[in-house]
Design a protein around this ligand. Structure first.
Ligand SMILES: Cc1cc2nc3c(=O)[nH]c(=O)nc-3n(C[C@H](O)[C@H](O)[C@H](O)COP(=O)(O)OP(=O)(O)OC[C@H]3O[C@@H](n4cnc5c(N)ncnc54)[C@H](O)[C@@H]3O)c2cc1C
Ligand code: SF4
Length: 501
């Protein structure tokens, strides 16, 4: 086993880890040694081909299909230099005041988080995209919403030089999306932070980590790790865990910290989601332009759902539709004529929903759909179907309806169809891309895992800086809030470096 030492080690390079790396990187000029250990590979620009199966395997954990314990939901998250920010869509939302107030974390104010979030919005070039990048799928969503008098709003998106290839969730082939792989990590490296890819941290002990560096598999995308393959012991005076809401709790649990931190793994939420597709009589341009420009969140408080435009590729679309055989094939044959809306439920922390580990130490996510989450998905499906018909769809696929294919002639019976609809866990296809919680912030070990600056209770040298810090669902797209929280963690570390080293 090789042994290496650093002053600060950051585990994971996504929204949280990339931000901490950038914000701590000026310390390298004072002679501190800082490393980011990232399990995934670093791809060259020319390896982003936009091919669905190829890129899903290269950039996502389990190809984007990580399954919950009972197999009723898949969770998508990235595993690469830049983490999930390589595959996210780049919609950039400020933390909602009502949610931060409800979280009620002592020491965490909305005003503080908002100021930091705005800094990262500007740094990542978040802005409302110009008309030329807004495709027909998005325009039809706006048209349908306006007919129904819904409050439709445009997403700020963090792109620079976007060529409208609509491939954001497969990694941008045009280097336009401003994820941590494009902005924060390169800056951190310029300042002297080392990024070690293909390096999986196995356990964390008292100021030390055990890690394994993997060889690049034959034919795989990405550079080899800068370190030789093999096992390493890495000593660090300060450790920051940013492995994401599934992997950070799992890493702490397999490191034996569950006994002193009884809330570890609890409070997991994920914005469970499904897509509702509407078939039009004519082709709908969905695969050119930016895929996600508009949303409706007026129902988040009352009915627990948010609607967003979306564009999914054939494989994801096929697996997201209920049923099989001819009705399913008919929608897939109509792929170039499909309009798509994503329904996200605003789920809530629940005693059952949590991250644990299996005997081999791998993460296991226990997720049970709660009545409020199911209500959110059901009412979201009904509202999305109304929007699709208002926009001119000739038939709609509603995965929760008894017969998922609803013809335009039955649009007047939509309320009745929705009332008879049924959410069947395991049969209704649900996926999530916003895993949150598991190391929630709070007062002490009886209610949380960390304080409001991400410091793990009782371990002054150990911090968490990622989506696992959320004590409950954020109810909107989370990456900007994660960066704002990571900025607080970095600030606390900078202030305490003299005492901690
Ligand atoms: C398809 C998709 C679209 C999305 N779109 C949006 C969007 O438009 N707007 C938005 O706000 N959010 C979006 N999100 C969510 C957003 O990307 C995530 O919430 C955010 O990136 C999470 O940040 P994080 O730091 O918690 O984890 P991640 O960004 O997932 O980073 C965690 C990193 O840790 C690494 N890691 C894990 N375990 C280990 C280990 N043991 N050792 C070393 N490294 C490890 C992983 O490989 C990964 O790179 C999207 C997500 C997906 C999947
Ligand atoms: S739509 Fe823009 S940001 Fe998304 S993949 Fe294409 S060029 Fe990149």
């Amino acid at each position: 086993m090789k042994r290496i030492s650093y002053d600060i080690v950051i585990v994971g390079s996504g929204a949280g880890g990339g931000t901490v790396a950038q914000e701590l990187s000026p310390l390298c000029r004072q002679g501190l040694r800082i490393a980011v250990l990232e399990k995934g590979p670093r791809l060259r620009d020319d390896e982003f081909t936009g091919r669905e199966l190829e890129m899903a395997g290269a950039l996502y954990e389990d190809g984007g299909g990580f399954l919950t314990a009972d197999g009723t939901m898949t969770i998508a998250f990235g595993c690469a230099y830049g983490g999930s920010t390589v595959v996210y869509t780049g919609t950039s939302m400020l933390p909602p005041e009502r949610v931060i107030r409800r979280w009620d974390v002592p020491g965490l104010t909305h005003a503080d988080l908002d100021g930091r979030a705005r800094k990262f919005m500007a740094e990542n070039n978040a802005h409302l995209v110009e008309d030329g990048l807004i495709n027909e799928n998005n325009k039809l969503f706006v048209e349908g919403c306006r007919k129904l008098k819904y409050d439709v709003q445009q997403f700020p998106v963090n792109i620079k030089g976007c060529r409208g290839s609509s491939l954001c969730n497969l990694g941008c082939p045009n280097q336009a999306k401003q994820g941590t792989d494009r902005v924060q990590l390169p800056r951190a490296e310029q300042n002297g932070v080392e990024v070690v890819t293909r390096c999986e941290v196995l356990t964390v002990g008292e100021k030390t980590l055990a890690a394994r560096v993997a060889a690049k598999p034959a034919g795989a995308k990405g550079d080899p790790s800068p370190w030789e393959p093999g096992d390493y012991q890495i000593d660090a005076k300060i450790v920051v865990l940013s492995a994401g809401a599934v992997n950070t709790p799992a890493l702490l649990l397999r490191s034996g910290m569950g006994r002193s931190l009884p809330r570890l793994g609890y409070g997991f939420t994920s914005h469970p989601a499904f897509i509702i597709v509407g078939e039009h009589a004519r082709p709908i341009v969905n695969f050119v332009g930016h895929p996600k420009s508009y949303y409706v969140d007026q129902f988040a408080e009352s009915d627990r759902f948010v609607l967003e435009t979306c564009m999914y590729f054939p494989f994801i679309t096929a697996k997201s539709m209920a049923g099989f055989g001819e009705p399913h094939s008919a929608f897939m044959r109509a792929f170039p004529r499909l309009q798509m809306i994503l329904v996200l439920a605003c789920d809530e922390a629940d005693a059952h929903n949590r991250v644990t580990i299996d005997k081999a130490g791998r993460p296991v996510v226990h997720y049970r759909f709660q009545p409020k989450g199911i209500y959110g998905l059901m009412s979201g499906a009904y509202t999305a179907a109304k929007i699709l018909f208002a926009a001119g769809a000739v038939r709609v696929h509603m995965p929760v309806a008894r017969d998922p294919t609803i013809e335009a002639g039955d649009a007047g019976r939509l309320e009745e169809i929705a009332a008879a609809a049924e959410f069947r866990p395991g049969k209704t296809p649900v996926s999530a891309a916003h895993p949150q919680g598991g190391c929630g912030m709070g007062i002490g070990p009886s209610d949380s895992v960390t304080d409001s600056y991400g410091r793990v209770h009782g371990l002054p040298w150990l911090f968490v800086a990622d989506a696992s810090l959320f004590p409950n669902s954020l109810e909107i797209n989370p990456y900007v809030t994660i960066m704002a929280l990571a900025d607080r963690v970095a600030q606390r570390i900078r202030e305490e470096v003299p005492a901690l080293l």
